[in-house]
Design a protein around this ligand. Structure first.
Ligand SMILES: *[C@@H]1O[C@H](CO)[C@@H](O)[C@H](O)[C@H]1NC(C)=O
Ligand SMILES: *[C@@H]1O[C@H](CO)[C@@H](O)[C@H](O)[C@H]1NC(C)=O
Length: 286
């Protein structure tokens, strides 16, 4: 049975084998670094987000957000004396799961202001921050609103929207195509500080226009957020189908009463000492 024993490798074969194994190892590491998801999977210790199911176009009603502004600053869209928002503005375009949860901070990519420099007028107009606070980024820091939206949500949508610039362009295009402010205006629901509108009427107006059910959130009886949902090809679908949140945030403090208000968007105006600047000015200092 001596013939079964493996003869000792001579040293040159051993060194070739070692080199081959080393190269296989390096190749695997390179693959992990190239596939951002796998790299992130390892960095997060296994918390790798799976591919999302649908998009939420989250819109905010500035009239409701701006009521809580206590002080003004140049980055706050509530504080503009010119180009103040007149209808829904974009909160974000969010990849979601059918169970109502969502992935976040998917690739580890950081927001680069230069990427969106040609989109600034549109972003300032239609996607303004409605507060003075900074928002968290995905790297333990704080940054501007767009940085938060891209890093937290946008990086999880790249299989469909591509990278940063294309993410913002996609969101703007969907927002232009599905003009909820216009749909509600046509149905008689316009900003007012005295009227209250039936929640069911507002939902129906959107169902009739887009054949899909939106999700509404309120604050103090006023509409704060309106979410439109889309399949990954951007055809409309119901929001959070199959979950308990289909008809708005049941049992949540964000749920809307039967009659809701759409407060007028009163511009708060910057003090005389402050100059009117937009986020684009902030961006140049990044
Ligand atoms: C949406 O419609 C409103 C009201 O008709 C209009 O004033 C606004 O400019 C439109 N918004 C966009 C982004 O086209
Ligand atoms: C809805 O909520 C009920 C009660 O909390 C729960 O039993 C049920 O599984 C939920 N349905 C979905 C689809 O999440």
């Amino acid at each position: 049975m001596a013939s079964l024993s493996i003869p000792p490798l001579n040293s040159s074969i051993r060194s070739v084998l070692f080199t081959v194994i080393l190269w296989i190892g390096l190749f695997c590491i390179a693959e992990i670094n190239a596939g951002g998801d796998v790299g992130e999977f390892l960095r997060k210790g296994g918390n790798n987000p799976r591919e999302f199911d649908y998009f939420v176009l989250a819109l905010q009603w500035p009239g409701t957000y701006c009521r809580r502004t206590r002080h003004c600053c140049s980055s706050n869209g509530c504080c503009r004396s010119t180009n103040a928002p007149t209808g829904f503005t974009i909160h974000g375009l969010w990849p979601n799961y059918n169970d109502g949860t969502w992935p976040s901070c998917c690739t580890g990519k950081t927001f680069d202001a230069k990427e969106v420099s040609t989109l600034l007028s549109g972003l300032n107009m239609y996607w303004p921050s409605l507060s003075c606070g900074s928002t968290s980024n995905c790297h333990g820091g704080k940054g501007i609103f767009w940085e938060h939206e891209w890093e937290k949500h946008g990086t999880c949508a790249s299989s469909v929207t591509g990278e940063e610039y294309n993410y913002f362009v996609t969101a703007l295009n969907v927002y232009f195509k599905y003009n909820v402010t216009d749909v509600l205006r046509e149905a008689g629901y316009v900003a007012s500080d005295s009227e209250k509108y039936p929640l069911g009427g507002i939902v129906s107006a959107i169902q009739n226009a887009y054949h899909s059910t939106p999700e509404l959130q309120c604050s103090g009886g006023a509409l704060q957020e309106l979410h439109l949902c889309f399949y990954k090809d951007f055809t409309p679908r119901d929001c959070a189908a199959g979950s308990n949140t289909t008809n708005g945030f049941v049992n949540s403090k964000k749920s809307c009463p039967k009659y809701i208000s759409l407060p007028e968007i009163a511009s708060l105006k910057l003090g005389k000492a402050e100059t009117e600047v937009s986020q684009s000015t902030l961006l140049s200092s990044i």
